[in-house]
Design a protein around this ligand. Structure first.
Ligand code: ATP
Ligand code: MG
Length: 450
């Protein structure tokens, strides 16, 4: 309502391509130039000196206005990629589906993007579209107004000019941000059909920025969620990783569930939510991840996926064991089965798969606290990740606290103390699921795996 009123007062139209932007000064937007990276300011300035338009765009402007620290500062310009390249010595064109220029400035790399135009109707300006309406290639250049119209949400279509300290706002993005609304530019159904990943982006950005998704953009998500199946797995992996490492993973996943985006969308999410026993473990893992992200610490995708899928592995492992399979081979078969299903849909890379399996494979070895074996685990290159994983299992109530306490003490002990801590070899198997003698051979093989 208020937005419509403001639009009317300011004389804005509500059409998808709005040619009459509002130009907001500092008093209206409140963004401080000092918060913009020097390198990106300099990039804009050089482009402007060469006679081009240039702005800081997208996520950075949005995040700063929302009081968050941006991940990176992207620049948009009316110069073509070739023209941009000729303005900067350290620059190169990258990408095919969507060409951009990487400009090296100091020790930063700034992404410079040429304004994109409409895809569709206009003769040779057609973008490549598949039979579900998904845009495959997008190198049609256009005006700033067109560029704004093809961005997804109004809060993402803001252009900051650090020289003039103004924000060019075609779709009332600043007002939407102030009113805590995530609003789609244009018709949400059409926009989701063009790119179903926008449904995931809606959820992620709303969670990250503390916005509510405008009902018009929210309503179609439930019925259109199956279009996600049409998205290449590598893009889904990118988006999932963004979501999980956003620092708001707990909130994102809760919202995905609320929007009905978890069922049949990613097997990963089905797994997480359909296993009540695993929920505590996953929530703990995601809370830890969110904390780490906010502290600016490194997040390993392998560790993340290992936690998300662990209870699926556990239940298969127990099932195989119950059918009489020896423990360690049963674990390895469970690991393979779980990873295969996920890897296909999410294009989890071989390296990540390797990391996931290493963390899992080390878990039964924590039960071995006698003789040389305990030292072997301690010296394993992936010990730290596997140990953190063990602590999560303890904290979630899956294992007795005593196992975690022993390894924590062992990790911090001196050589002499360690020697005194070792249990007699026969006391190694303390888990409920007692290891069988005949699995020892497989276990040796397990150590040499990877
Ligand atoms: P973050 O960087 O926090 O993950 P972002 O919104 O900056 O979020 P990017 O992938 O960096 O995401 O995209 C930069 C900008 O490009 C966005 O702000 C938006 O304007 C535009 N954009 C990105 N993805 C899409 C999309 N799927 N459809 C339309 N516009 C998009
Ligand atoms: Mg960004």
């Amino acid at each position: 309502m208020i937005r419509k009123l403001i639009s009317r007062v300011l004389g804005h139209k509500d059409s998808a391509t709005n040619d009459q932007p509002a130009i907001l000064g500092v008093a209206q937007h409140g963004l401080e130039r000092d918060h913009i990276s020097r390198a990106s300011q300099r990039t804009v300035q050089i482009l402007q000196e060469n006679g081009y338009q240039a702005y800081i765009v997208g996520g950075a402007v949005r995040d700063l206005l929302a009081g968050l620290k941006p991940k990176d500062f992207d620049v948009a310009t009316d110069a073509t990629p070739e023209q941009v390249r000729s303005c900067f010595r350290r620059s190169r064109i990258i990408g095919r589906r969507f060409q951009i220029v990487h400009v090296g400035m100091g020790n930063e790399t700034i992404e410079v993007t040429t304004f994109r135009g409409h895809h569709g109707e206009q003769g040779n300006a057609r973008a490549h579209i598949d039979d579900q309406g998904r845009v495959l290639r997008d190198n049609v250049f256009g005006s700033q107004a067109e560029d704004a119209a093809r961005r997804d949400f109004t809060v993402n279509a803001l252009y900051y000019d650090p020289t003039a300290e103004t924000i060019v706002d075609y779709h009332h993005g600043v007002a939407d941000l102030q009113q805590k609304t995530l609003r789609m530019i244009g018709d949400p159904r059409t926009r989701y059909r063009e790119d179903p990943v926008r449904m995931l982006r809606a959820v992620r950005l709303a969670a990250k920025l503390g916005l509510s998704i405008d009902p018009e953009a929210r309503r179609p998500i439930r019925e259109m969620s199956e279009l996600i199946e049409n998205v290449p797995p590598s893009r889904l992996l990118d988006e999932m990783l963004k979501l999980l490492t956003s620092g708001h993973a707990v909130r994102c996943l809760a919202q995905l569930r609320e929007e009905g985006l978890h069922h049949g969308l990613l097997p990963l999410l089905d797994v997480i939510f359909d296993q009540p026993l695993g929920e505590r473990f996953v929530t703990l893992a995601l809370e830890t991840t969110d904390r780490r992200v906010r502290e600016g610490r490194h997040i390993s995708p392998g560790f993340l996926f290992a936690t998300l899928l662990w209870h699926e592995v556990l239940s298969k492992w127990q099932q195989f064991e119950a059918n009489g399979e020896p423990s360690i081979p049963a674990l390895f078969r469970a690991m393979d089965e779980v990873v295969d299903v996920q890897a296909e849909k999410l294009a989890i890379t071989r390296r990540i798969v390797g990391d996931i399996k290493e963390i899992w494979a080390l878990q039964p070895r924590f039960a071995q606290r006698g003789g040389k074996r305990a030292y072997g685990v301690l010296q394993h290159p992936r010990f730290r990740a596997a140990y953190d994983f063990l602590l999560l299992r303890v904290e979630s109530g899956e294992l007795e606290p005593e196992v975690g306490e022993w390894w924590t003490a062992f990790l911090h002990a001196s050589d002499d103390e360690r020697a005194a801590m070792l249990l007699p070899p026969s006391a190694g198997a303390t888990r409920k699921r007692r290891r069988r003698r005949r699995s020892a051979a497989a276990d040796t093989q397990n150590g040499g795996d990877e």
